[in-house]
Design a protein around this ligand. Structure first.
Ligand SMILES: [Zn+2]
Ligand SMILES: [Zn+2]
Length: 293
């Protein structure tokens, strides 16, 4: 085990992946650390470690409170403070605001900054059916996730404008005139670009089928071997076989173009993960599956 830690896992060195034209940088090994940066959107999902690359990202979304997903948050906050950067937005499940504030307060006290509110991050509470408007193009919607502790999942939606069907075929100058008169000629559609789920059981996909509609789905498969099949659900995690069985039973609902698997148990080697995922991936998903190791 010590060897595998020394040889394989570098939580502060993000791995880069391309998924449906989107650059992803991250690291995710169960129990060690999980984070996923999307530089184009300036977002970091989970922050179990805070690599220097994450410091410049102003939007941090936290799925749940386990240390391997949350431990880097205060480092992110204090590094930005130290570098005179504006405070990032820390979007966290609403029930975590108080415990996180207490944690930040304790850390402040340890560092000798008593009664200094500017040393406490400004947490933005999210409920289980919330929407955050990041800018005019991007929204993030939340949904509940089944895990050992309460958890949220996130879907990034891109706002797109479409001409209303009744105006199809109308000349450009007429559309311009209508617009000037205040006529609504467009409707807004939301394109689900990416869904990020932290730690989860299969139940989340059963209850939240919209997850499969996103162009990119990032989900955990902590366990991958037959001998670990029984323990996945009781531990609040997902087994690779369960996921592939579920997707194979509903191939037409798999609308995603990329499926990113992460959070593999520390006990597997990279070669083992690659070999098992390759062998077990159903034919119809062969071009879509990627692994974050
Ligand atoms: Zn975890
Ligand atoms: Zn967890």
């Amino acid at each position: 085990m010590t060897d595998s830690l020394d040889m394989l896992h570098r939580p502060s060195c993000p791995i880069t992946l391309e998924a449906n034209g989107l650059e992803l940088q991250g690291f995710s090994i169960g129990g060690l650390a999980t984070y996923l940066m999307v530089p184009e959107w300036k977002i970091c999902f989970d922050i179990g470690e805070c690599p220097v690359e994450a410091v410049r990202l102003p939007y941090v979304f936290l799925t749940h409170s386990h240390g391997d997903h949350a431990r880097g948050l205060l480092r992110h906050f204090s590094l930005r403070r130290m570098l005179n950067m504006p405070q990032a937005e820390y979007f966290v499940p609403d029930f975590l605001v108080e415990p996180l504030r207490n944690l930040a307060q304790a850390w402040c006290d340890l560092e000798g900054h008593r009664n200094r509110p500017e040393y406490i991050p400004n947490f933005r509470p999210l409920s289980k059916r919330d929407t955050v408007e990041l800018n005019r193009q991007l929204r993030v919607a939340t949904f509940p996730v089944d895990h050992r502790v309460r958890s949220l999942g996130f879907t990034v939606q891109e706002v797109r404008k479409k001409l209303k069907p009744e105006f199809h075929g109308t000349a450009g100058h007429q559309l311009g005139a209508l617009k000037r008169q205040g006529v609504e000629i467009e409707i807004e559609t939301l394109q689900p670009r990416l869904t990020f789920i932290g730690d989860t059981t299969l139940r989340t996909l059963e209850r939240e089928p919209h997850c499969l509609d996103s162009e990119v789905l990032v989900i955990e498969t902590t366990f991958i071997l037959q001998e670990d099949l029984e323990m996945a659900a009781p531990k609040g995690h997902l087994h690779l076989f369960e996921l592939f069985d579920f997707l194979s039973a509903n191939p037409e609902s798999c609308k995603f173009n990329a499926l990113v698997l992460k959070h593999f148990s520390m006990k597997y080697t990279k070669a083992q993960i690659e070999a098992v995922v390759r062998k077990k991936t159903p034919e119809f998903l062969k071009d879509r599956v990627k692994i974050l190791v």
